[in-house]
Write a protein that binds this ligand. Structure first.
Ligand code: GBH
Length: 490
């Protein structure tokens, strides 16, 4: 290895991630019934151009080809999710045919020497459970623990890394408060109830899995942000950053790692009924010790309470997807009236999200200092990646230097964080394949591998070839640009 490379610690886990509804298709095959995303996708204006996951990447049928592709790309681990609506279509009765798909997938991965990393919930609640109130109903947490035990009973002999939820913030607040994700409800009280019941479901499932399988590696994945006040000298901006930190990060981190909701958050949301939902023992269940924290990082936020001036508003880009404009949505921030995120002039991805690798280094340092370090557990990056407007050549090859640069800069930030002393053990790129990007449908492409949706042909992009070489050598090549040193967070 040349001395100009930046090596990662031995055994660093390199891989890629996907989610069931985003890639599988076969939405009405093998006993699968509607999830909340199947139903939401039928709401006019909910998903760009009426796209849905009926076919997606047809991974349900092409999983062998996809595992072979991962193998060629030197992936050591594959993070996938199991579809609750496929495995327990009515929310109560197991569907052996649906579960058998994941058994075949896991066998295929193990035969290729790829570690399966299973996520139990990546947003596809059986619609039958939503009909009974979904995550706003406490019962859903108990159904989730039953589903976890069911899946473990079939796959626990072969799957050793079990993560419960992917990004409960999105499920709760984009799904139940903002209405931009399924089930499309717009009720701040329901958003908070969903957040608590997701945490409870996580805790009940973690306890159950721990009891059945003391040696399993258990965790959860959170999407975390780096909230900075636009003007650190402004009291209003500091309060804006504190509120967003509370409602995005600490609302999950504190119950999980400290067994309590943050006092300032509870004061902010006092009028919305969260305290009344928390029963004796819930926080003990929720803080069941874990073996790892999965972190999904995309970008941070610069926050202010200054009112928008009309000229600035006119120039602001919309973040809603094409085809969504006629469907009014609410804010995911339930007690942060007047708070807004302002662009900092950083480069942006195809989603309009700012590219902010130094935020990842700061986030990892903060977690080590305040949460995972004291708990003595490692962090894994379970998602990080970018959508760009890919332009394939005649052979379908995409020379995505923008995405490659995004990965390089963020991996450099991870490397820096490790040198700072943060215990980061792996990186799972989002995503293996172009796929169904939720409300944006198939318009936004996050894949290392291009998918031609008319032929289902898979063609690795330049970023995939680069990432594969990084994984094979366990090192970043020379010339990966440094990111600015860690600055104090809020
Ligand atoms: C992840 O979520 C998902 O896990 C994955 O399925 C998805 O495909 C991938 O990222 C790409 O989108 O403007 O204040 O409402 C993304 C997490 C959380 C990132 C919300 C953007 C905007 C916050 N997203 N965030 S706000």
């Amino acid at each position: 290895m040349s001395s100009t490379q930046l090596p990662f610690p031995e055994g660093f886990l390199w891989g890629a991630a996907t989610a069931a509804y985003q890639i599988e298709g076969a939405a009405h095959t093998g006993g699968r019934q509607d999830s909340i995303w199947d139903v939401f996708a039928r709401v006019p204006g909910a998903v760009a151009d009426g796209h849905n996951g009926d076919v997606a990447c047809d991974h349900y049928r092409r999983y062998k080809e996809d595992v072979a592709l991962m193998d060629q790309l030197h992936m050591k681990a594959y993070r996938f999710s199991t579809s609750w609506a496929r495995c327990v279509p009515d929310g109560v009765t197991p569907n052996p045919e649906g579960i058998a798909f994941y058994s075949r997938l896991v066998d295929e991965l193990l035969a290729a020497g790829i570690t399966p990393w299973l996520t139990l919930y990546h947003w596809d609640l059986p619609q039958a459970l939503e009909d009974k109130g979904g995550w706003a109903n406490r019962d859903t947490a108990y159904r989730f623990a039953e589903y976890a035990a069911l899946m473990h009973g079939v796959l626990g002999d072969r799957v050793r890394i079990w993560t419960t939820l992917n990004e409960p913030w999105c499920s709760a607040f984009l799904g139940y408060a903002a209405g931009v994700h399924a089930p499309g409800r717009q009720d701040p009280r329901a958003g908070l109830a969903a957040a608590h019941h997701l945490l409870l479901g996580h805790g009940l499932a973690a306890r159950e899995l721990r009891r059945e399988d003391p040696d399993a590696t258990l965790g959860i994945t959170l999407n975390l942000t780096v909230p900075d006040p636009r003007d650190p000298g402004s009291e209003g901006d500091r309060d804006a950053a504190r509120r967003i930190d509370g409602q995005f990060n600490r609302i999950f981190l504190d119950p999980l790692f400290r067994g309590e909701y943050p006092a300032d958050l509870m004061a902010d949301v006092a009028h919305l009924g969260l305290a009344g939902l928390v029963q004796d023992g819930d926080l003990d269940t929720i803080s069941t010790p874990l073996d790892l924290l999965g972190v999904n990082y995309y970008h941070g936020e610069s926050l202010t309470k200054d009112p928008v001036d009309p000229v600035e508003r006119a120039g602001q880009e919309t973040t809603s997807a094409p085809g969504q404009a006629d469907r009014p949505v609410s804010s995911p921030f339930v007690a942060a009236d007047g708070v807004r995120s302002v662009p900092r002039g950083l480069p942006v991805t195809g989603m309009g999200w700012e590219v902010q690798p130094e935020g990842l280094r700061r986030l990892l340092n903060r977690l080590q200092a305040e949460y995972t370090g004291p708990a003595g557990i490692p962090v894994y990056i379970t998602e990080n990646g970018a959508a760009y407007d890919d332009v394939p050549d005649e052979a379908g090859f995409v020379d995505d230097q923008d995405r490659l640069g995004f990965f390089a800069a963020h991996l450099r930030a991870v490397h820096d964080a490790i040198e700072d002393g943060v215990d980061v053990r792996g990186y799972l790129a989002w995503s293996l394949l172009d796929n169904f990007e939720w409300s944006f449908g198939y318009h936004q492409r996050f894949g290392l591998v291009r998918v031609d949706y008319s032929t289902q042909e898979r063609i690795p992009k330049a970023s995939a070839l680069w990432y594969s070489a990084v994984a094979a050598s366990n090192a970043l090549p020379a010339g990966s640009s440094p990111v600015s040193p860690a600055e104090p967070g809020v």
